[in-house]
Design a binder for this molecule. Structure first.
Ligand code: NAD
Ligand code: ISE
Length: 336
């Protein structure tokens, strides 16, 4: 089979990264068209792919006969329309996370797949492809640490754009832990709470930062997650699973620990592009391989829906301040 011809919708930060990796790193794929609401951005994306077709209309790109499959890298609030249009056109889609920003919107995608009778959507929850998280999962699944009891995480970033809202701390940022820890623990979320306290001077007007998110699974594992997106000192992702007979810490890759000038020190990663660079490569390769086999290998639309149901409960908890229930309903046959 020849290269899968991919159209990319949204040529911003991660869109440009994915265009480059699809064109230059991933086997069996080529970018044939790109789209952005801003023609200038689309032209930059097209240049990165070596000069491919430029669109400013998503449906026109999806219907292009030289586009076999679609990558959606618009902001989260603009995922639903192109994802649904691609599913309805019978084309496989990789969409960046979140699948959509509400559970109701995600459910429309799930229902479109059920109507089509097949899974077509993979969601960009790339932490499932991260070597470190996979190692933690292997140790947990091995059983010698006993059952997991508590997970302590930080999701810290240097800063965020002025358009970033308090709700996005849930559906743009914590959404990674919502999905990844559900996969890591092989457990579903039961209830969630958000605690807001002292706010950093570094946050823009109206943004609650940091936020402490608590998620408890059906089996009672409690996750304590600090989301702090204006921490200034680095992109700092940590995770420690406390089990009955020991703890498992997520390895923090890349930098040597040095002893110099009477100090012990190491570096912290700068941003998600570098921290998860390998995970994005493996993720997109797996997506391409799956599409060629007519399957969704990675996180699917139901995973995206479950994450959004949890995110909706966390957004409710941001306002209520109390524990909120999480309820998913019956898993449709297509995803069992
Ligand atoms: P961005 O703002 O840098 O880029 C978004 C691009 O989409 C812009 O070029 C914008 O002009 C374009 N756009 C906006 N509305 C559009 C529409 N309706 N149709 C077509 N194009 C449109 O954002 P980003 O940081 O690249 O994030 C994009 C998506 O990727 C978000 O969903 C975000 O959560 C996700 N993301 C994921 C990761 C990860 O680690 N997996 C990292 C960064 C971003
Ligand atoms: C960004 O959109 C990402 O997905 C990054 O992985 C995440 O760490 C960051 O918080 C988000 O804003």
């Amino acid at each position: 089979m020849g290269n899968l011809r991919v159209g990319v919708i949204g040529c911003g930060a991660i869109g440009k990264e994915h265009i480059k990796r699809l064109q230059h790193k991933i086997q069996g794929a080529e970018v044939t068209a790109v789209m952005d609401v801003f023609e200038e951005s689309a032209k930059i994306g097209a240049e990165l792919a070596g000069g491919v077709k430029v669109y400013t209309d998503a449906v026109a790109l999806i219907n292009d006969p030289e586009v076999d499959a679609v990558v959606v890298t618009t902001p989260g609030f603009a995922h639903k329309d192109p994802v649904l249009a691609a599913v309805k056109a019978g084309k496989a889609v990789f969409t960046e996370k979140p699948l959509c920003t509400t559970a109701a919107d995600c459910r429309e995608v799930v229902d479109a797949e059920i109507a089509a009778g097949k899974q077509m959507v993979q969601v960009g929850f790339m932490r499932r492809y991260d070597r470190g998280y996979k190692q933690v999962k292997e140790l947990l699944d091995g059983g010698s640490f006993g059952k997991p009891l508590v997970v302590k995480c930080t999701h810290r970033a240097i800063d965020v754009a002025d358009s970033y809202t308090t709700e996005m701390a849930v559906n743009d940022t914590a959404i990674h832990e919502i999905d990844c820890l559900h996969w890591l623990l092989d457990d579903d979320w039961a209830k969630v709470q958000v605690i807001m306290g002292a706010n950093t001077k570094n946050a823009h007007e109206g943004l609650a930062d940091p936020q402490i998110m608590i998620m408890q699974s059906k089996s009672g594992v409690t996750v304590i997650l600090e989301v702090y997106v204006n921490c200034k000192f680095g992109y700092d992702i940590n995770c420690e699973v406390v089990c009955e007979d020991g703890t498992i810490g997520l390895p923090c890759p890349s930098f040597p620990i040095v002893r110099h000038d009477r100090k012990i020190s190491t570096d912290i990663e700068q941003n998600w592009i570098l921290r998860f660079i390998d995970s994005y490569d493996v993720e997109l390769q797996d997506w391409i391989d799956g599409v060629k086999d007519g399957k969704v290998n990675g996180p699917n639309a139901w995973d995206g829906y479950m994450a959004a149901v949890t995110a909706d409960a966390l957004v409710k908890a941001q306002k209520s301040g109390v524990m909120e229930e999480v309820a998913f309903g019956e898993t449709p046959d297509l995803y069992k």
